[in-house]
Design a protein around this ligand. Structure first.
Ligand code: CO
Length: 221
């Protein structure tokens, strides 16, 4: 804790002056171009890995980088946090990109694969369990745990991209002609490489073809 507080003082005294102009602009408001949905994992540092500055990424984080699927009426099956972040980014900030960025060796994904019982978070990770069950056959083809984990991290991102595309906020934005593209990436903590899952979707009618294409790419790995 002491280290954190000292860090804040260090930031204010040494780093803040370097960004003085930028923060003066930002104090008037934000105009980020991207909603970045990623895992709560401490090793994933969005601004660091994308070399972006404060004000450039509107970020939503949770365990497993999940966007809970919408019910048939369009309402979210998660709590209001995820839906609100997407709504604010799309309808108010009018971002042009939404990136779902998972990462390899994700603890949430691996707990699901091992069938660990953690407590309350089992309810949240049920969404990853659904992805696992949906793609069980594909995952069983992998010879070891490390490969199954990597494939489930990728499949989980693909399914979250679909969930984002199916929110009423994104569908409505596309219907009114707003330029908005949804992407799926998986980040390697060990090598810093971003694996683009080729789920770049900019219209409702691109969704199913893109989904199939992304699944085939995962199957080919
Ligand atoms: Co994670």
């Amino acid at each position: 804790m002491r280290q954190l507080l000292l860090g804040l003082i260090e930031f204010r005294e040494h780093n803040l002056p370097l960004y003085a102009e930028r923060f003066r602009e930002l104090s008037a408001g934000q105009e980020p171009d991207t909603l970045f949905i990623t895992c709560a994992d401490s090793r994933v540092a969005p601004n660091l890995l994308a070399s972006t500055e404060p004000g450039e990424l509107f970020t939503m984080r949770n365990v497993g980088n999940l966007m809970p699927p919408a019910y048939a009426d369009g309402t979210s099956s998660g709590d209001l946090s995820e839906a609100s972040a997407v709504e604010y980014a799309v309808s108010v900030l009018k971002v042009s990109n939404i990136i779902v960025c998972g990462h390899y060796r994700c603890s949430g994904v691996e707990a699901t694969l091992r069938g660990d019982r953690l407590g309350l978070s089992d309810n949240w990770l049920r969404h990853v369990q659904d992805v696992r069950e949906k793609h069980e056959e594909r995952l069983n083809c992998e010879e070891d745990f490390a490969r199954r984990s990597a494939r489930l991290c990728e499949l989980n991102v693909i399914e979250q991209v679909v969930n984002v595309c199916q929110t009423t906020m994104v569908r409505d934005a596309w219907e009114r002609g707003q330029a908005l593209t949804v992407h799926g990436w998986v980040y390697g903590i060990h090598d810093g490489l971003l694996n683009d899952l080729h789920t770049t979707i900019g219209r409702s009618d691109e969704l199913s073809a893109c989904y199939e294409q992304a699944l085939q790419a995962v199957a080919g790995r």
